[in-house]
Design a protein around this ligand. Structure first.
Ligand SMILES: COC(=O)COc1cccc(COC(=O)c2cn[nH]c2)c1
Length: 231
């Protein structure tokens, strides 16, 4: 059955790029059902207002609850299974390859892209009556809105859905799949601008190649991401 992904944003055009490439083909193949919605379609005033000033004062604006509640209701009512409703947010749980794998097994994902200073907190309460709510952070930095984060998550999740990526074998040896960073890769020519490919890779000795690659993974992880190594 096709996995369904809904995205709600005040910049729906941002997701036009999903028509092309990998995910574009998966959509055509019926593997992935991606629907992008304009939050303003669920406003009722002439100015299609989605934000207002924060209670308690402070700079910036907060996204109003009602449009989000109507968008989430419309999507949840139209869906076959209870969705996971994801709010990309700097205040969210960390998105990792494990999160991507977990979400790739969900039949229905909804990405609610916040802007401004955020979304009225009561939207989370309402969303919890329509699905499983998760605030997810791409990393410890602040973007202007959830769209870039949602795009990254959609790509990371989409490529793990069976059939979306042509060669499933290419999904296995990847950074973070075994908790280590990826080993270095080389292709022809064997000598390029005086730089040689490590000889073990040309040896045909698959045991030695696997051992070399593993050592490279450990060394690279130690150098760049010691936080990933067990104490
Ligand atoms: C209820 O959800 C919200 O309030 C969302 O609030 C905000 C506020 C500011 C920016 C964003 C967009 O997400 C990120 O900046 C982000 C995600 N990952 N790393 C950075 C979202």
């Amino acid at each position: 059955s096709a996995h369904r992904i809904d995205v709600v944003s005040i910049f729906p055009g941002f997701f036009d790029v999903l028509e092309v490439s990998l995910l574009g083909r998966a959509r055509v193949a019926g593997l992935l059902d991606v629907r992008v919605h304009d939050l303003r379609d669920w406003t009722t005033d002439r100015h299609r207002t989605v934000d207002d000033t924060p209670y308690g004062g402070g700079a910036g604006m907060v996204m109003k609850a009602e449009p989000w509640a109507q968008a989430i209701d419309a999507i949840a009512e139209d869906a076959a299974s209870e969705p996971v409703i994801i709010f990309p947010s700097p205040a969210g749980e960390r998105f990792t390859q494990a999160t991507a794998r977990e979400l790739s097994e969900e039949p229905h994902l909804v990405f609610a892209c916040g802007r401004y200073e955020g979304i009225d907190e009561r939207v989370y309460t309402h969303a919890a009556s329509r699905g499983r709510v998760r605030a997810i952070s791409l990393g410890d930095y602040v973007l202007n809105g959830g769209e870039v984060a949602a795009m990254a998550m959609i790509e990371a999740v989409g490529r793990l859905i069976p059939g979306v990526v042509g060669n499933p074998a290419s999904l296995v040896e990847e950074s973070h799949e075994d908790g280590l960073l990826e080993y270095p890769s080389y292709t022809k020519p064997a000598v390029w601008r005086g730089l040689e490919v490590p000889p073990v890779l040309l040896s045909g000795n698959h045991g030695a190649i696997a051992a070399w690659r593993r050592e490279q993974q450990v060394q690279r992880t130690r150098e760049r991401r010691p936080d990933l190594l067990p104490d």
